[in-house]
Design a protein around this ligand. Structure first.
Ligand code: ADP
Ligand code: MG
Length: 562
C-alpha cells in the first residue's frame, strides 16, 4: 500500500536468516517455541514496567495461538509490552546481540553452521521463516494510543515494510503465512502438542480455542454448534515455585531447555526453597556441554534470571554468581528484594550479596554430591573443570571447597584421565611425606615423562601431573590444602628424606671440580649447576628457582610477546 515504507535488513540479518533457514531445517518445530518465548518475554517486560508506571495495565497477561487451515496461517499474539516503530526497526531489523556477531564470524570460517549453537544467539524470531513464506507483525506499545500501531511485513529476503495501522489492544501479533508444504502446522493437535513439548512451563497462560465436536440431540439431529472458547493449554505456573517432590526429571529438563536455548539436556540441577533471614527459591542447572561463547567473554554471560516475587527483573548472571561458576543456568526468585531494584544498583545490594554467597555454596554443594558418580562428574569435569579452577584464585573464602572438587591426572594412574582428587592423593601419601607434589607442563606426555619424576617414581611417591594452561597460574596462587603444602617437583630443593640429604652434602672433590667447569661453560644460560639426587636415569635436568615461573609458562609469555 501507499503508506507502507520499505526498509532493508542489515547485512548480518540476511546472513542469519540464511543460516537459520538452512541449519535449523531439521528442527523446524522450534519456530513456535521461539515466538512463544518472545511473547512471554514481552509479558514479563510489561509486568515489570507496570510496577513503576501505574498507567500501564498488566492484568490478565497471556499468549494466544490461533490458526486458519484454509488461509494457511498461524498467529501468535500477546498482550505484553509491544513495540514502537523505532523498536521494531531496532529489534527485528538489526542484530544488536554481540554474541550473534561473534557466532557469525566463527562460522564464516567453517562452512557448516552448527544447529546446536545457533539457538544460543537470539536468532529466535527469524526461526519463523523456516516455515513461513511471509511474516507479519502487528504491534502496539503499551501506553501508546490505538492509532499508534504498526504492521511489519517481510518475506525474509533483503527487505521489509512498515505501515501505520490501528490496533485495539496493546501487545504484539505475529502472523505466519505458511509455505505451501508446511501448511500442516496449521492444525489444532499439532500446535497443542508443540506447546506441550516446548512451552509447557512458560509462566503465562498459553491459550487456544477449544475443539468443538459435533453433538447430536436425543432424536439424532445435529445440535447447533456452540461458540468455541479459549482454554489454557500449558501448565502456566512458575515452575520453580513448586515443591521439588511434585516435579519429575522431565519437567526439569523441559524447563531447562525453555530458559537456556540449549538443545542438549541439563546434566544435573539443584532446586531449593530457602527460608530464613533471606527467603528465596533457586533452581540451578549445570549444562552437559559448555556453550559456545563461554570462553570468549565471561562478561557477556547470561542464563541466570532474577525474579522478585515471581516478577522477572533481569538476567543477573554476573550479580548472582562469580565468574568461575558462569556455566550455571537457572532461576532465582527472591521474596525480600524490593521490586523497584534497578540493574545498576543490584550489584551493591546487601541482600543480593547474601543470596549470592548462598548460591555459591549451593552450587559447590551440588558438585560435591556429584563427585560420588564418577561418570557424571567425569563428564562435568571435562567440560567445566578448567573454568572451576579459576575459583581457586578468584574465590578465597571458598578456596578449600573448590580445591576439594578438582581432579588431576597423576602418576598413580597409567593414563591421562583426570580423576584424582587432593583427598585421594593425601590418603595415599607415604608415612613421612608432608607435601603434595605436582608438576606443570605443556601436555600430559611432557608431564609424565619429565626427568623430575624419576626419584619420585623410584620411591613410589605420587605426583600430580598438571597440563592445562590454567594450572601454572592457579598453582602460583595456592600454597596448601588440608594443611599440606604444595610443592612443584621442578622447583627449588626437594628433600625426600634424610638419607638423600646426606648424599647431597657429600659431593666428592672430583664432582665439585666437574660442576665448577660446567657452571662456567653454562654461565650465560643457568644460574647454578649442582649435584642432585632427584634424578635416577637421566644425566641432568633444569630446575627452577622456588618462585620462578615454570618453563612452559615462560614460553607462553614469550609467544605472547611479553
Ligand atoms: P531474543 O528474544 O533473544 O532477544 P528474538 O529474535 O527472538 O531474540 O527477538 C528479537 C527482539 O524482538 C526481542 O528481543 C524483542 O525486543 C523483540 N520482540 C520479538 N517478539 C516480540 C514480542 N512478541 N513483543 C515485543 N517484542 C518482541
Ligand atoms: Mg527470543
Amino acid at each position: 500500500s501507499q503508506t507502507a515504507k520499505k526498509h532493508t535488513f542489515q547485512a548480518e540479518v540476511n546472513q542469519v536468516l540464511d543460516l537459520v533457514i538452512h541449519s535449523l531445517y531439521s528442527n523446524k518445530d522450534i519456530f513456535l517455541r521461539e515466538l512463544i518465548s518472545n511473547a512471554s518475554d514481552a509479558c514479563d517486560k510489561l509486568r515489570f514496567e507496570a510496577i513503576k508506571n501505574k498507567e500501564l495495565n498488566a492484568e490478565d497477561l497471556h499468549i494466544k495461538v490461533d490458526f486458519d487451515k484454509e488461509a494457511k496461517t498461524i498467529t501468535v499474539s500477546d498482550n505484553g509490552i509491544g513495540m514502537s516503530h523505532d523498536e521494531l526497526i531496532e529489534n527485528i531489523g538489526t542484530i544488536a546481540n554481540s554474541g550473534t556477531k561473534k557466532y557469525l564470524e566463527s562460522i564464516a570460517k567453517k562452512d557448516k553452521a552448527d544447529a546446536n549453537l545457533i539457538g544460543q544467539f537470539g536468532v529466535g524470531f527469524y526461526a519463523s521463516f523456516i516455515v513461513a513464506k511471509e511474516v507479519e507483525i502487528k504491534t502496539r506499545k503499551a501506553g501508546a494510543p490505538a492509532d499508534e500501531a504498526w504492521n511489519w511485513r517481510s518475506d525474509g529476503k533483503n527487505d521489509y515494510t512498515i505501515e501505520p495501522i490501528s490496533k485495539d489492544s496493546h501487545g504484539t501479533e505475529i502472523i505466519l503465512h505458511l509455505q505451501d508444504d508446511e501448511a500442516d502446522f496449521a492444525d489444532n493437535h499439532r500446535l497443542r502438542s508443540l506447546i506441550k513439548k516446548y512451552s509447557e512451563h512458560v509462566a503465562f497462560p498459553i491459550k487456544m480455542l477449544e475443539v468443538i465436536y459435533p453433538e447430536k440431540d436425543e432424536d439424532g439431529n445435529d445440535k447447533p454448534a456452540k461458540e468455541p472458547e479459549y482454554e489454557v493449554v500449558n501448565d502456566a505456573t512458575a515452575m520453580w515455585k513448586k515443591n521439588p517432590g511434585d516435579l519429575k526429571g522431565k519437567d526439569y529438563q523441559a524447563f531447562y531447555k525453555q530458559i537456556s536455548n540449549d538443545f542438549n539436556e541439563a546434566a544435573f540441577w539443584t532446586h531449593n526453597h530457602i527460608e530464613g533471614t533471606q527467603s528465596y527459591t533457586n533452581l540451578l542447572y549445570v549444562p552437559k556441554k559448555a556453550p559456545f561463547a563461554m570462553f570468549q567473554n565471561p562478561d557477556d554471560r547470561e542464563g541466570l534470571k532474577l525474579y522478585i516475587k515471581r516478577v522477572f527483573i533481569t538476567d543477573a548472571s554476573k550479580e548472582l554468581l562469580p565468574n568461575y561458576l558462569r556455566f550455571v543456568k537457572g532461576v532465582v526468585d527472591s521474596n525480600d528484594l524490593p521490586l523497584n531494584v534497578s540493574r545498576e544498583t543490584l550489584q551493591d545490594n546487601p541482600l543480593l550479596k547474601k543470596i549470592r554467597s548462598g548460591l555459591v555454596k549451593r552450587v559447590l554443594g551440588m558438585l560435591k554430591k556429584k563427585t560420588n558418580d564418577s561418570e557424571v562428574y567425569g563428564t562435568f569435569w571435562k567440560e567445566f573443570g578448567d573454568t572451576l579452577k579459576e575459583g581457586v584464585v578468584e574465590d578465597f573464602s571458598n578456596r578449600e571447597a573448590v580445591l576439594k572438587l578438582l581432579r588431576f591426572a597423576s602418576t598413580h594412574n597409567d593414563d591421562a584421565t583426570e580423576n584424582v582428587s587432593l583427598d585421594d592423593y593425601i590418603s595415599r601419601m607415604q608415612d613421612k611425606q608432608d607435601k603434595i607434589y605436582f608438576i606443570t607442563a605443556e601436555s600430559y606426555a611432557a608431564a609424565k615423562n619429565s626427568p623430575h619424576l624419576e626419584k619420585f617414581k623410584e620411591k613410589g611417591i605420587e605426583v600430580l601431573l598438571m597440563h592445562s594452561r590454567i594450572d601454572e597460574w592457579m598453582m602460583g596462587h595456592v600454597q596448601e590444602y588440608d594443611g599440606k603444602q604444595f610443592q612443584s617437583v621442578a622447583k627449588g630443593k626437594i628433600n625426600l628424606g634424610d638419607e638423600d640429604k646426606d648424599k647431597e652434602d657429600k659431593t666428592s672433590e672430583e664432582d665439585k671440580d666437574f660442576l665448577k667447569k660446567l657452571s662456567e661453560q653454562l654461565k650465560d644460560h643457568v644460574s647454578e649447576v649442582t649435584a642432585s639426587t632427584r634424578l635416577v636415569n637421566s644425566a641432568s635436568c633444569l630446575v627452577m628457582d622456588e618462585h620462578a615461573m615454570a618453563i612452559h609458562m615462560q614460553k607462553l609469555m614469550e609467544q605472547a610477546g611479553q
